[in-house]
Design a protein around this ligand. Structure first.
Ligand code: URA
Ligand code: SF4
Length: 476
């Protein structure tokens, strides 16, 4: 299609998906083959970005084909891949998008080299994001006016701050916090309900733990203090590549735009900061197990007998996550050993899964109940309790690193896949998640025990069994 003979030419862009899209669009519209162009970003090149107008002029007059088709599933995943440090990611994205015009199912072709690379980068960014979500340690520092401020220093492998922002905005909605990295920094402003982005920590200033506060005071405190700075002054100080489009929210992934609305109802989730202080930095099962009895991350510890930690070995392929311990689990200190556990054991046996080859745990580690005479009646945990306890689950995930996580019931599914996850619609489907390579959700065995209609109970049992069999075939 491209009748104009061209040598492969370099297109210099800002390292953002938005900049890449803008630069790539005219080439794609004129059918310019991937081999003929080469994207370089300003993080890799020591040159100033060319304006898009320059790119446009390349293809002026050859706008022939139909408007390119850009599948939203591709764009969503490209947002993740764009955060990878690989300099080749922009060319890969162009190649994929170019090829998607011919084959709309390309991303499903698992043996395709470009698709394999795309998934590899996506997985590495998700893994990095997971580590950031789970392991950041905030330090409390006093702000200028004595107000509290939480600051963390983190070393992500990739350029993931924009991807990580919605998670922290939601989790720590009411606090003022900042996360500093070598590439960029961000700060949550709880009054404005927005994340502001700033420069990275100069390489020579990378702080040791006890230097973080000083770095904050001498540098970042004033950079982020709106009373003392204006945007122009900030731009002058910062690497251009981060300030071209920021702090305007448009340059952020779609999720962040929603963050303001989502935080409104999530103020309770600040208790997650509390739980962080109970979780040891070393995520091995013995260390975590030893620490959890001291957890006071939410109120559930007060009435329960003990925290019930997961059971199994590190590095098993399959992890099951239930809701919370029941009456019997609470007394014995082990997960799934009561009536639901016995049913689960039967179903596992029928599905050909050896319970000894699993790691079994719960989304919430303390039993929640109301006392009725001698009986302790199970109560579902609230969102705030799930949020408070999630870091324990994430720490277990980090220790075990299963290939597949099966969530039993809606609580576990919502904890790992988001509050909007619809269990009966999406059960049995493999979902990618930042927390594990693959996650699947299915029914909880207790739901079967509670069903009053025998036929319905039988149907539910069959579904759970089918999902467990599928899980087995995935990890086999
Ligand atoms: N139900 C659960 O979700 N977990 C248990 O450990 C027991 C019952
Ligand atoms: Fe800690 Fe979880 Fe128990 Fe709450 S339920 S006290 S967060 S272990």
């Amino acid at each position: 299609m491209s009748s104009v003979p061209m040598l492969a030419r370099s297109i210099v862009i800002e390292p953002t998906l938005a900049a890449w899209r803008e630069a790539a669009r005219p080439f794609l519209e004129s059918g310019v083959e991937p081999d003929l162009i080469h994207f370089v970003d300003t993080a890799a090149a020591s040159v100033q970005p060319l304006f898009v107008a320059e790119a446009l002029s390349t293809s002026a007059g050859v706008r022939t084909g139909p408007r390119p088709h850009v599948p939203s599933s591709f764009l969503r995943r490209a947002e993740t891949v764009a955060c990878h440090r690989s300099p080749g990611r922009w060319n890969l994205l162009y190649r994929l998008l170019w090829r998607l015009q011919q084959n709309r199912d390309l991303l499903r072709v698992e043996v395709d080299d470009d698709v394999i690379e795309f998934r590899r980068l996506e997985h590495q960014v998700n893994r990095d994001l997971h580590k950031m979500h789970a392991f950041i340690r905030f330090r409390r520092v006093a702000g200028d006016f004595g107000e509290e401020e939480y600051v963390a220093w983190h070393r992500p492998d990739h350029l993931i701050l924009p991807l990580a922002a919605p998670f922290f905005a939601e989790r720590f909605a009411v606090m003022r916090w900042s996360i500093l990295t070598a590439d960029a920094s961000m700060r949550w402003n709880p009054e404005m309900k927005r994340v502001e982005f700033g420069p990275g920590v100069p390489r020579e200033r990378a702080p040791e733990d006890d230097e973080l506060e000083e770095l904050w005071r001498t540098y970042y405190g004033s950079i982020f203090n709106p009373a003392r700075t204006n945007l122009r002054a900030m731009r002058a100080e910062m690497p251009a590549r981060y300030w071209k489009n920021l702090p305007e929210l448009q340059s952020m992934p779609g999720l962040l735009r929603e963050a303001g609305q989502r935080v409104a109802g999530m103020i309770e989730s600040q208790s997650a900061l509390g739980v962080m202080s109970w979780i040891p930095a070393e995520h091995t099962l013995p260390v975590l197990r030893e620490a959890i009895p001291r957890c006071r991350g939410c109120d559930l510890h007060a009435c329960a007998t003990q925290a019930v930690f997961g059971e199994g070995s590190e590095r098993v392929a399959l992890m099951l996550v239930g809701e919370q311990p029941g009456d019997e689990e609470d007394r014995r200190g082990q997960p799934f050993v009561g009536p639901a556990g016995r049913l689960l054991d039967q179903l596992l046996a029928e599905a050909g899964i050896d319970r000894g080859s699993l790691y079994v745990t719960n989304a919430v580690k303390h039993f929640k109940f109301v006392q009725r005479g001698k009986l302790r009646l199970h109560q579902s945990p609230r969102l705030s309790e799930m949020n408070a306890c999630r870091p324990w689950l994430l720490a277990e995930l980090d220790a075990v690193r299963p290939a597949l996580v099966v969530c039993l019931g809606a609580t576990a599914a919502k904890s790992l896949l988001g509050a909007k996850f619809a269990l009966m619609r999406d059960r049995g489907r493999l979902v990618s998640s930042p927390w594990a390579a693959q996650v699947m959700a299915t029914l909880h065995p207790s739901a079967i025990l509670r069903a009053t209609d025998p036929e319905r109970a039988e149907g539910m049992r069959a579904m759970l069994l089918e999902d467990l069999r599928q899980a087995r075939s995935i990890v086999a």
